[in-house]
Ligand binder design. Sequence first.
Ligand code: SAH
Length: 347
Amino acid sequence: MAPSPVPLLSLSLPELTAWVQTTGQPAYRGKQIHQWLYQKGARSLNTMTDLPKAWREKNSDYPIGRSVIDHCAVAPDHTRKYLLRLADGLIIETVGIPSSKRLTVCVSSQVGCAMDCNFCATGKGGFIRNLQSYEIVDQVLTVQEEFQERVSNVVFMGMGEPLLNLPEVVKAVECLNQVVGIGQRALTISTVGLPGKIRQLADRHLQVTFAVSLHAPNQTLRQSLIPSARHYPLEQLLADCRAYVETTGRRVTFEYVLLAGVNDQPVHAEQLAQKLRGFQTHVNLIPYNPISEVDYQRPTEAQINQFAQVLSDHRIAVSVRYSRGVQADAACGQLRASRQEELTATV
Ligand code: SAH
């Protein structure tokens, strides 16, 4: 059996140029196709009207590598949650988050996730596979086309653990930066942290924004929320973050999901402030988005503000980040979980 053709979106400009020549076309056609793919959102060679008609017709079924929108849920705050269907039928979640100055896309880096953090819907369905870099770029192109507006920021905070798919995530970062034209600092890689992986990322010397999901100020509490933390002592994680700052010259942002009565008490904020002493950092507090599988609660606004105040009193920069689009369909990963089940049931 002949190997299946490589989707065109997975090729760099030199690779596209080489490919088009193997089909008997001159080299400059590579650039034309590249423009169609990235600037005009072409989803088939047939629609690339400045290419020869007979050649287009002959290659009209050649795979491009774009996903199909399976479902879109629009929240009252205009956030749009998309379920995108990949070539192999799997579903991923991508979110477009508009604001007055920005259009942010929250992309998935894997189908499912192996980390199984207690409070996260994605982990409940387990890990299925890594995404290829073009499947990450496709999510950004899709949101850009849907909103008819340039994407300004990308956060790797959808499904998956980006550092477990590092080569493809780095390739996607390079493409989003160099081809799609998004500044590296406007790209955020978020990780729960895995032994050795933060160093690997630091060694790439990217200028992206780097965020670590901390969620607890001590090892015992952290590993009760994040099973993988059992193999990664908090002190080691923080030492790796310090080394990251040294290697890249970039700050580290810490994310902290606030779960009522679990990790949101003033004593936790105090402990956190002690742990982060001397760190050039910013803490993002994320009030928990309820998911159906577990019964954590979101803290009250007063509790959230009190936690933030303790950090501020210690001169730690802190923001409260309410997840946008919660009304579109519960928290992260839930929309996809229900749809994938439905699809599997109908096969
Ligand atoms: N695996 C990566 C990126 C994906 S999750 C990471 O852990 O950083 C992106 C962020 O959303 C993480 O900080 C994660 O802890 C948070 N998150 C997951 N489920 C949530 C929920 N139900 N409510 C609020 N934040 C959640």
